[in-house]
Ligand binder design. Structure first.
Ligand code: ADP
Length: 491
């Protein structure tokens, strides 16, 4: 099968969070399973050019219809760790992808509406006719709309779209200017409730709603989150829209790329280890402490890695940090804030804890350090408010780092509580879960985990090894995606 992924991220060249990992990992596995995969991405100024091999301009003159005129683009081509990627660079005054960051600009809806249009135009003009166009998140929500409303009449009538939603919180909103720019026009048509009008704001078009209504199949990134989004509040206002498409909406758990995340072969950690050499894990702990200037000793090390965003349960992260320190543990945090308030808050904490030999806050994006922390820590904390899938607990498990998580979204599908799980035998349990959103619930789970660490080291090792034994690779999820692709292809 010939599949084109259209996305705003692909690790390690463009990565703000899990989306990048997923786009890369899934593409790699699909190729391993014999399919032809190509990726279309924006050509950001700030992406990691050192991670692209053989970058060259493949199509110098791609003219993309826009606002009744055209925008001149170049399409670059290169390989990201073996994946064939096309990077679209528009040459316009607004410098859409010359912003020194991937997201967070006032004109993000316009930037990504353009990107979606340019991706279609590129496919059309270069005569690429994939069986399936796989779109990801709000940034590409308008692509299936434009495919159905415009491009199917320009030789792309047989292309099918799978739309994967990684995060319902960010939906992409715009006004009529988006319709005029993209050539969709007809505001009276698109501003109807059955089309793109936001379910709550009648003056806004909702990109993600468009993606849901116009795609041949829609999925989110874990079975439990699919249920939460449809029936609970995790759909952020799109629950009814999901209800309308319920016969073509499902959840597929993300995988982890074990080519990147494997402690037995990871070149970014100083001491490789596996289940047979589990005791070498502690050497990484020593190395991390040395690197960050933390005290050596027998204390447990609790880690948090992730975007510093309300989604991730920042009050619980903050409380967990002090709780860990009070219980004689060490705490390491690696993250970048998505807003000024949280940024100020954690910089304040960083300064406050500056001379504490048991705590380090690293407020930056650092892929290499992330690998070392996963390898070094004893516990990984994931106290999210909501979590569509969550990769950090799955990576933690592979590195023998026991997860302490809140029971939401994909965390429920991947972590099984040592004390209370009823669906798995003791030999298959791998972490600690709490459900309520308050400090006491968090403390009770951390308390249980730390008690095992302090009082029963053999049991703690067993738990860590049980986590390492889980297979959260892409092998099975990719098969599920292939059967979805097949289904929509023959519909
Ligand atoms: P989300 O997609 O909501 O950001 P996920 O748990 O799905 O969260 O994926 C997070 C990914 O981003 C993981 O691979 C994690 O290691 C990585 N990550 C997050 N923040 C950082 C950071 N500051 N430095 C390095 N890697 C990070």
């Amino acid at each position: 099968m010939y599949i084109v992924q259209v996305a705003s991220e692909c690790a390690p060249v463009i990565k703000a969070g899990g989306l990048g990992d997923v786009v890369y990992g899934l593409s790699r596995e699909l190729e391993e399973q014999g399919h032809c995969v190509e990726l279309i991405l924006p050509k950001y100024d700030c992406m990691r050019y050192d991670q692209i091999w053989g970058l060259h301009d493949a199509y110098r003159d791609l003219w993309v219809p826009w606002h009744g005129a055209s925008v001149h683009c170049s399409v670059f081509c290169g390989w990201v760790h073996g994946r064939l990627c096309f990077f679209i660079e528009p040459h316009n005054e607004d410098g859409w992808f010359f912003r020194g960051r991937y997201y967070g600009c006032d004109d993000d809806p316009m930037r990504f509406a353009f990107f979606s249009k340019a991706a279609l135009e590129f496919l059309q003009q270069s005569n690429k006719r994939p069986d399936v166009i796989h779109c990801h998140d709000w940034q590409t929500g308008l692509l299936p709309v434009m495919l159905y409303e415009i491009y199917q009449y320009h030789g792309m009538g047989t292309q099918r779209v799978l739309y994967t939603i990684h995060n319902f919180k960010h939906q992409g909103f715009g006004g009529p200017e988006i319709l005029w720019a993209t050539g969709l026009n007809r505001p009276e048509y698109y501003f109807s409730y059955e089309k793109l009008r936001d379910n709550f704001n009648p003056f806004s078009l909702n990109f993600m709603k468009g993606g849901i209504l116009y795609s041949n199949h829609i999925n989110t990134v874990s079975p439990h989150h699919a249920w939460e989004a449809h029936h609970g509040e995790c759909g952020f206002g799109l629950g009814h829209t999901l209800h309308v498409v319920q016969d073509r909406f499902s959840g597929i758990l993300n995988g982890i790329d074990y080519g990147v995340w494997n402690p037995e072969s990871d070149r970014l950690i100083p001491y490789q280890f596996g289940p047979e050499t589990w005791s070498d894990k502690v050497l990484n702990k020593k190395a991390l402490r040395e690197k960050l200037g933390l005290a050596q000793g027998n204390k447990p090390l609790v880690a948090f890695i992730g975007r510093l965003d309300e989604q991730k349960g920042m009050h619980l992260v903050h409380h967990g940090m002090y709780y860990a320190l009070n219980r004689g543990a060490q705490f390491v945090l690696l993250g970048t804030a998505t807003g000024a308030k949280i940024n100020d808050w954690f910089w304040h904490e960083k300064n406050h804890l500056h001379s504490n030999p048991d705590c380090h806050l690293e407020l930056s994006f650092n892929e290499e350090l992330a690998h070392l922390i996963y390898a070094a820590a004893d516990l990984i904390l994931v106290p999210s408010n909501f979590e569509p899938c969550g990769l950090t607990q799955m990576i933690g498990l592979k590195y023998g780092t026991v997860p302490v998580v809140r029971g939401v979204g994909g965390l429920v599908n991947t972590v099984f509580d040592w004390d209370y799980d009823t669906s798995h035998p003791l030999a298959e349990r791998n972490g600690f879960i709490f459900y309520q959103q308050d400090n006491y619930a968090l403390e009770s789970a951390m308390n249980r985990a730390l008690d095992v660490f302090y009082d029963n080291p053999d049991l703690f090792q067993q738990l860590s090894l049980q986590g390492m034994a889980y297979d959260y690779s892409w092998t099975n999820p990719a098969k599920e995606y292939v059967s979805l692709y097949d289904k929509i292809r023959h519909r």
